[in-house]
Design a protein around this ligand. Structure first.
Ligand code: ZN
Length: 344
């Protein structure tokens, strides 16, 4: 009888050891067969052995084997439950359940607006150029006629990454890169992100988007610049707007101009207008004839060729068109805002 008891104990340990190594349904089924199979299971064979015991020993031993059998059955059921929760096989998936609905993505409002600008210029025969956001001092300033210590450099509030590397403060470095690589005629627009050390407020962000235009060819005049910008701005903002050029200064254009458009909200009639402040005009972009020195810097003969360039802020222009007062809303990812824009 003692011998019988220790055999039951041994079998219990063997079962517990084997169960610890079971990691899938198949191993679990093998273990169940090994212990509980009606023909050759360890426990079945034990019940057979009871016949060899005395009538007094038999009920005690039978109880022991029965207890072990119940323990084995319960442990197998528990483990089966755990395996089923952990591994979901395709044939166990309930195909009658409704599917998970994934929301449609959409381009960001600023991307849509940028594409609209690009399409207007593509239709006029311009190409699109894109370039690095990390620039050297040479491309961002020097080649564009800002020599070292030029006072105009101060106004850019540049984010430097080292002595020579910086985050570009405007898309204009790409004018130089394009003119170095291609000879006139050149007709390009350059959309992209630019960086300045600005404090964040409703009309300033340290990162924003610009689009820049450049045309270089023989016989290019200010009249071409004016005509092109007028067509562009009226297509983008509506036929009714008026455009005016005001003299200004940029180191890389000469002469230079600020381009204003008439206020689409009050037309100059509301002294408290949030867009124009009652002046009737909104400054929208900077432009001018490419400075002959800039052309010389890229080995284009200024005696033969002339050109113009302009640049505008994409957020700023979108704010004007959609009458948005706070630029930050473009970057807050509030779906209540972004869902109001869609592809035309
Ligand atoms: Zn106004």
């Amino acid at each position: 009888m003692k011998n019988f008891e220790s055999r039951v104990d041994e079998l219990r340990k063997k079962f517990e050891g084997a169960l610890a190594g079971v990691n899938d349904d198949r191993a679990l089924e093998d273990l169940r067969n090994e212990f509980l199979s009606r023909k050759r299971g360890h426990l079945t064979l034990f019940f057979d052995d009871l016949k060899a015991l005395t009538p007094e020993e038999r009920p005690v031993a039978g109880k022991l084997v029965n207890e072990l059998k119940i323990q084995v059955q319960e442990a197998l059921t528990t483990r089966q439950g755990k395996l089923a929760t952990r591994v979901v096989t395709p044939d166990k998936a309930d195909l009658t359940l409704p599917g998970e609905k994934l929301p449609w993505g959409a381009p960001h409002p600023l991307m849509l607006f940028q594409e609209e600008i690009e399409n207007i210029f593509l239709a006029m025969g311009f190409s699109i150029a894109e370039g690095p956001e990390i620039e050297t001092d040479y491309y961002n300033f020097e080649a564009l006629n800002f020599p070292p210590h030029h006072p105009a450099r101060d106004s850019w509030d540049t984010l430097y990454l080292g002595d020579d590397l910086l985050l570009r403060t405007h898309t204009s470095p790409m004018q130089i890169r394009v003119m170095e690589k291609f000879k006139p005629p050149i007709r390009i627009i350059i959309p992209g992100k630019v960086y300045r050390r600005e404090a964040i407020d409703p009309t300033h962000l340290p990162m924003f988007c610009q689009v820049e235009g450049l045309l270089v060819d023989e016989g290019v005049t200010l009249a071409h610049l004016k005509g092109t910008l007028e067509h562009f701005l009226k297509t983008l903002l509506g036929d009714k707007i008026e455009i005016r050029f005001r003299p200004s200064f940029f180191p890389f254009t000469e002469p230079s101009a600020e381009v204003d458009i008439s206020c689409i909200l009050c037309r100059g009639k509301d002294p408290a207008c949030p867009i124009c402040g009652g002046t009737g005009w909104k400054e929208l972009l900077g432009a001018g004839m490419v400075d002959p020195q800039v052309l010389k810097n890229v080995n284009i003969d200024p005696e033969r060729y002339s050109g113009w360039a302009f640049g505008l802020g994409i957020e700023r222009t979108a704010m004007f068109r959609y009458q948005i007062a706070d630029m930050r809303i473009f970057y807050e990812n509030d779906l209540r805002f972004t869902r109001q824009f869609s592809l035309k």
